[in-house]
Write a protein that binds this ligand. Structure first.
Ligand SMILES: [Mg+2]
Length: 249
């Protein structure tokens, strides 16, 4: 699959922007600084409890979408639960730790190497680009603005603005409608199996899984992506002349 489609729909976090990889190092840093303020709690124990707590918090099946739409508040809740499990019932301290993490995490977010150049190259090759990102309007728009990404996209769908997010089929249909393309003319690229592989494939979109951490397809996943890349720069045609567009326009 070296030719390009008429349109590519991109996820934002952990596809264009390095996002989750900064989470663990950031929690380690925050926990190391706050552990001395917790009586009888070792920094490494605090790190373990906070990291495991985050995983448990975000992977529970009944997680309401509202938790994802207010990350700072959800982090306060997660840290509060973690501290209470260590016998520390201090809401103000939990909130301060969570807010410190939120600020530092935000500061660490960067585009993956080559990602922005890839968007520019695809756009310049005539591929119509869409951005579909789940989350609240303000933080997602802040990232789009901070890295000046809007210029590359013919449509941007933010969950907090649109009213529903991935994997709701209306999100993908809206983006394709705005770009004037059919599912057969479209690729969806992202790191989330449910949102960027299963749901798009059900609509007839070609699904490309972005394995940004190069860990391979998790054993529990049942869907098969049409293609796996570790960087969106792999979507660009090689420079040996196979840059022909795949679909007639
Ligand atoms: Mg993502």
């Amino acid at each position: 699959m070296t030719s390009l489609p008429n349109a590519v729909l991109f996820d934002l976090d952990d596809t264009i922007l390095r996002f989750s990889a900064s989470g663990e190092e950031c929690w380690r840093d925050v926990c190391a600084r706050y552990a001395p303020r917790l009586d009888d709690v070792d920094a490494e124990v605090l790190v373990d409890v906070v990291l495991n707590g985050a995983k448990a918090y975000w992977t529970r099946p009944e997680l309401p979408p509202s938790k994802r739409l207010d990350l700072p508040r959800s982090r306060r809740e997660h840290v509060g639960i973690a501290l209470r499990s260590l016998g520390v019932d201090d809401v103000a301290l939990a909130d301060e730790m969570a807010d410190t993490f939120s600020a530092e995490r935000e500061a660490l977010i960067r585009p993956f190497p080559g990602a922005v150049a890839t968007l520019a190259a695809l756009r310049d090759l005539g591929v119509r680009l869409g951005l579909i990102t789940n989350g609240a309007a303000e933080p997602q728009r802040a990232k789009i603005d901070r890295f000046d990404l809007a210029q590359y996209f013919g449509v941007i769908v933010v969950e907090g603005e649109f009213g529903v997010g991935k994997p709701d089929p209306r999100v993908y249909r809206h983006a394709m409608g705005a770009l004037g393309v059919t599912p057969e003319q479209t690729w969806m690229v992202g790191d989330n199996f449910g949102w960027e592989v299963e749901a798009p494939q059900a609509l007839g979109i070609t699904a490309i899984w972005c394995d940004h951490a190069a860990t391979g397809i998790p054993a529990h996943e049942t869907a098969t992506p049409d293609r796996v890349v570790t960087s969106i720069s792999e979507l660009l045609p090689r420079e040996d002349g196979d840059a022909e567009r795949g679909a007639a326009d």
